[in-house]
Design a protein around this ligand. Sequence first.
Ligand code: NAG
Length: 367
Amino acid sequence: MFWIMRLSWFFSAAMVMIVLSPSLQSFPPAEAIRSSNLDGYLRFPGQITATDSLNRFSFRKASTFRNAEECSSNERKILGKTGVCDPSLVHVAITLDVDYLRGSIAAVHSILQHSLCPESVFFHFLVSETNLETLVRSTFPQLKFKVYYFDPEIVRGLISTSVRQALEQPLNYARNYLADLLEPCVRRVIYLDSDLVVVDDIWKLWSTSLGSKTIGAPEYCHANFTKYFTASFWSDKRLSGTFLGRKPCYFNTGVMVIDLVKWRRFGYTKRIERWMEIQKSGRIYELGSLPPFLLVFAGHVAPIEHRWNQHGLGGDNIRGSCRDLHPGPVSLLHWSGSGKAWLRLDSKQPCPLDALWAPYDLYGNST
Ligand SMILES: *[C@@H]1O[C@H](CO)[C@@H](O)[C@H](O)[C@H]1NC(C)=O
């Protein structure tokens, strides 16, 4: 009975989205909903299957990317470690799901294109529902990668059951579990969202110093931090007291450098889960996988140059607004927000900066 009610709600939401947003009308409902303003998305139960996803997607094979001469593999030879434990590798984690697959593939493509040592980048793909391994392999035949199954049940019980929260995609929370999922020999990882492209050598981001901190990300200390939590959170000193003695600043969790050794040692997964349990028993923030990260890490983040997350390019699809770049150099372009470059390009109503995403797109049959 409950799922029928939910299903009818889903369909009403889908209709509202389609009516409100002319630019989305040419897309199947699932994609239209995915571009809503929510930090997650929903699936029609049972509608999307592995077969559907593979039929829906066809990607061209990327050209082969080879290491430059100066990419030394001496370290590997000395330590005799190969595979994922090779210490000369750069580790990147990205989620793969049916609706954002085109974005994830473009992100990988952009990283390879701008790396001096593309063969030294190892990709950790987090998936929940479908086996997309074959597709990745055929698109990037030489790619070093591993696919990890993230069980949605791990977070389902932790995501609050309010209506808006029910829209959340459990895979949004996979980033909380990288330290548990990845091999213990992986000591550092770059986590990247699926709606971005890297236009600089990822090695530069990889080699950023985190000092004594566990995570690094560009911080935005002028953003209004108050608004990420509810009034009842701020008025309860037992809860808001967590920020005492820190100078918390907003940061975007779509680009993070994570020291997995420290993460494991200090048990940050459990700390994040504890806040999610508190959220479930009484709302302390609006929806999203972001607030628990802010609760645990804000004020304890190693600041990374802003060039590594030029975010907000998604803008707001409903109002059709296009965003501009923030001033300063650019190493990574991030279409966070409700609009996505590939949806707008397909609808022939792109924002000017969407043209910067297009060269990395591998979607479609070879011409
Ligand atoms: C910050 O956001 C809160 C909650 O939305 C609001 O009450 C407050 O006035 C804002 N502060 C500033 C300086 O804009």
